[in-house]
Design a protein around this ligand. Structure first.
Ligand code: G3P
Ligand code: MG
Length: 233
């Protein structure tokens, strides 16, 4: 078991339990609650990077259709729980140095290259690489990002236990392996740690489940309620 005080609390889609997901309000709420890191999803559409989880805008906005088929003006007209759909730059400018930034690549249409382009600017402005983690379920896209900006830490997302345990994260050169909570396995945690990886778990909202995972020795928890996880430390 790790020291509970060393647990990394990652606000999921900002702080989705308290504000509309992937909005500046959700990010600001996550910061106010004390999340150590903030996770959000990005998609490339009309040459710009937007914070949105689903490929379709239907669930979270009043609009209809695929985000990647919209132009910037159409996306700027959308509202998510009364909030604008932010760009990656909007999010970074809001967060500044107040939390770590976990950017999840959600599209495979040049998203890695576009994110690398934006992060290169912020790194040139003096942001430390350690402030970022770029993650994805799409490992080839993550591989492409890693080739473009090898110093920025990456996180391999998986939804299930691979045959070679933490192997996919090692193959990618990732520093974090993140797995869905239903698949957490003690042997996977041990293998990740033996290979020098952090093991994070998504998306955990119930305090009992947080306690169970902490006792198993996970290093980080993605949660819609960062306040709940922080109260256990
Ligand atoms: O990055 C952890 C988690 O956000 C991955 O799942 O579907 O919420 O993006 P999802
Ligand atoms: Mg995500």
């Amino acid at each position: 078991m790790n020291d509970p005080a060393s647990l990394t609390v990652i606000g999921h889609r900002g702080a989705r339990g308290h504000a509309p997901e992937n909005t500046l309000l959700a990010l600001d709420t996550g910061i106010r609650l004390g999340a150590h890191w903030l996770e959000f999803d990005v998609q490339l559409a009309d040459g710009e990077l937007w914070l949105m989880h689903d490929l379709s805008v239907d669930r979270t906005t009043g609009g209809r259709g695929l985000l990647t088929e919209m132009d910037c003006a159409e996306i700027r007209a959308l509202r998510t729980g009364g909030q604008d759909v932010p760009t990656l730059r909007d999010a970074l400018d809001l967060i500044e140095n107040r939390a770590g930034v976990n950017i999840e690549l959600k599209t495979w249409n040049g998203c890695a290259q576009a994110v690398a382009g934006v992060l290169r600017e912020y790194l040139a402005d003096g942001w430390p690489v350690e402030r970022f983690c770029v993650s994805s379920f799409h490992h080839p896209e993550l591989w492409e990002f890693h080739a473009l900006l090898p110093d920025v830490p990456i996180g391999a997302l998986i939804c299930g236990v691979p045959l070679d345990w933490a192997g996919p994260a090692i193959e990618l050169g990732a520093s974090v392996l993140s797995i869905s909570s239903e698949f957490v396995d003690e042997k996977l945690i041990a293998d990740a740690h033996e290979r020098g990886l952090k093991l994070h778990v998504y998306t955990v909202n119930e305090p009992d489940e947080m306690r169970r995972l902490m006792s198993l020795g996970v290093d980080g928890i993605f949660t819609d309620y960062p306040d709940r996880a922080l109260s256990l430390l």
